[in-house]
Design a protein around this ligand. Structure first.
Ligand code: 3PG
Ligand code: MG
Length: 399
C-alpha cells in the first residue's frame, strides 16, 4: 500500500456534483438521542467544505450492527437530527440508501445542500462487499469521498467495492488520522513509548507483538499486566488474568529483548476485596497481593515510574486504561498518567497520540483530551493500525 497515492478533492471541481461521502455516524446514543457527538463534530468541517464548494453532498454510513435488514432500533434518523444541529443547516433524511427513493433524493438535491441515506447495514450487500449493492450506491453519486477512518478496517461495499466504481478520494478526517498515526508509529521522534492497557492480553497479542518491534518502551497496564506478572511467577490473588497466556507473555518478553524494547510493568498495584465503587483499597508491591484480593489499578509508585519513562521519550502511543477506571477510585493511575502526558505535550516535550473507545473515555474523564497531540476517532481501526495491518478502506483509496 502506497499511502502517497491517496488523493483528496483539493483542486477537484465538485460544484454541482453529487458527492457520496462515507462517514462514520456510528455514535453512542441513549434513549434515542446522541449521547456523544464527537464523531459527528469531527466530520463537520469536511462536509461544510464540500457544501461551500457547491457540491450536492450525500452521506453514507452504518449505525450499530443490524442483521442486513431494516430494523427501527438502528435507524440513522436521530443521528441525522443531531448532525443538522451541528452543521446549522437542514439535513434531508432519506429512508433508504439504494433504489429509486435514494436516486431521486440525490438527483433533486440542490448544490450546497446535504442529505443522509438510511443505515447501509439494512442491506446484506454492505457487509458482503457485494458488487450489485455497491453499484446501487454508486448510482446516486458522481464522486466518492471516504472520511470514515474509523470504519476503514471493514472491507464493505461502502468502503471498498464503491471505490472501483467512482472516482474516489480521501476526506480530511481520513487524511488527518493517517498523518497522525504515521507520524507516531512509522516516522516517530525517538525514543518512543507505547502504553497498552485494557483487560485482556488475548485481544491485544497482535498489537503487543507489532509494538515491541517498533517502540523503545512498552508500558503495560490494566488487567493484561496481571498476566505478565503471573508469567514472572508472581502470585496475584483473585486478579483477572489469563493463565493460559503466560507462554505468550514470555514470547513477548523475548521478542522485546531481541528488539531492544524495554517492557515496563507495575512496581506497585492497588488491591481491593471487591470490584465495587469505594471498596476499601490500598497499594502494595505486586508480590504482596493478598490471596483473597484483586488488582484493580496501578499504584502511585508505578505512576511515578511510568511518568519518568515518558519524560525520557519524545513520542507516545496510548491504547487502553491502566486500571478499572469506570469505578472510583480505580481510575487514579490512568488519570494521573494522562495528566502527566498532557503536561509533557503542552510543554512541547512529547508527541502524544491516543485512540480507542475506553482510552478516549478515560482521557475525557481526566479532562485532558484537548491537550493530547492527537486523539483518534477510531476504535477497531486504530487497534488494527497498531497491529501493523493494512486497513482495507485505506488500501482501496491508495489503489
Ligand atoms: C466503530 O464504532 O468502531 C466503527 O463504527 C465500526 O463499527 P463496527 O465494529 O460495527 O464495524
Ligand atoms: Mg467496534
Amino acid at each position: 500500500m502506497n499511502l502517497n497515492k491517496l488523493k483528496t478533492t483539493a483542486g477537484v471541481d465538485v460544484a454541482g456534483k453529487r458527492v457520496l461521502v462515507r462517514a462514520d455516524l456510528n455514535v453512542p446514543t441513549k434513549d434515542g438521542r446522541v449521547s456523544d457527538a464527537t464523531r459527528l463534530e469531527r466530520i463537520v468541517p469536511g462536509l461544510k467544505d464540500l457544501m461551500g464548494r457547491g457540491a450536492r453532498v450525500i452521506v453514507l454510513s452504518h449505525f450499530g450492527r443490524p442483521k442486513g435488514a431494516p430494523d427501527p432500533t438502528f435507524t440513522l434518523e436521530p443521528v441525522v437530527a443531531k448532525l443538522g444541529e451541528l452543521l446549522g443547516t437542514p439535513v434531508t433524511f432519506v429512508p433508504d440508501c439504494i433504489g429509486p427513493a435514494a436516486e431521486v433524493a440525490a438527483a433533486s438535491l440542490a448544490p450546497g445542500a446535504i442529505a443522509v441515506f438510511e443505515n447501509l447495514r439494512f442491506h446484506k450487500g454492505e457487509e458482503k462487499n457485494d458488487t450489485a449493492f455497491a453499484q446501487g450506491l454508486a448510482r446516486s453519486g458522481d464522486l466518492y469521498v471516504d472520511d470514515a477512518f474509523s470504519a476503514a478496517h471493514r472491507a464493505h461495499a461502502s468502503t471498498d467495492g464503491i471505490t472501483r466504481l467512482l472516482p474516489s478520494y480521501a476526506g480530511p478526517l481520513m487524511m488527518e488520522e493517517i498523518t497522525a498515526l504515521r507520524a507516531a508509529l512509522e516516522e516517530p521522534k525517538r525514543p518512543t513509548a507505547a502504553v497498552v492497557g485494557g483487560a485482556k492480553v488475548s485481544t491485544k497479542i497482535p498489537v503487543l507483538t507489532n509494538l515491541v518491534a517498533k517502540v523503545d518502551k512498552l508500558i503495560i497496564g490494566g488487567g493484561m499486566a496481571n498476566t505478565f506478572l503471573l508469567a514472572q511467577g508472581i502470585e496475584i490473588g483473585k486478579s483477572l488474568a489469563e493463565p493460559d497466556l503466560t507462554k505468550t507473555a514470555h514470547e513477548i518478553f523475548a521478542a522485546a529483548k531481541a528488539r531492544g524494547c524495554e517492557i515496563v510493568l507495575p512496581v506497585d498495584v492497588v488491591v481491593a476485596s471487591k470490584f465495587e465503587a469505594g471498596s476499601p483499597s490500598r497499594a502494595v508491591a505486586p508480590t504482596e497481593t493478598p490471596p483473597d484480593q484483586m488488582i484493580l489499578d496501578v499504584g502511585p509508585k508505578t505512576v511515578v515510574h511510568y511518568i519518568e519513562v515518558l519524560g525520557r521519550c519524545n513520542t507516545l502511543l496510548w491504547n487502553g486504561p491502566l486500571g478499572a477506571f469506570e469505578i472510583a477510585p480505580f481510575g487514579e493511575g490512568t488519570f494521573a498518567l494522562a495528566r502527566a502526558a498532557a503536561e509533557l505535550t503542552k510543554a512541547g516535550r512529547l508527541v502524544s497520540v491516543a485512540g480507542g473507545g475506553d482510552t478516549v473515555a478515560a482521557l475525557n474523564a481526566a479532562g485532558v483530551t484537548d491537550d493530547f497531540t492527537y486523539v483518534s476517532s477510531a476504535g477497531g481501526a486504530f487497534l488494527e493500525w497498531l497491529e501493523g495491518r493494512e486497513l482495507p478502506g485505506v488500501a482501496a483509496l491508495a489503489r
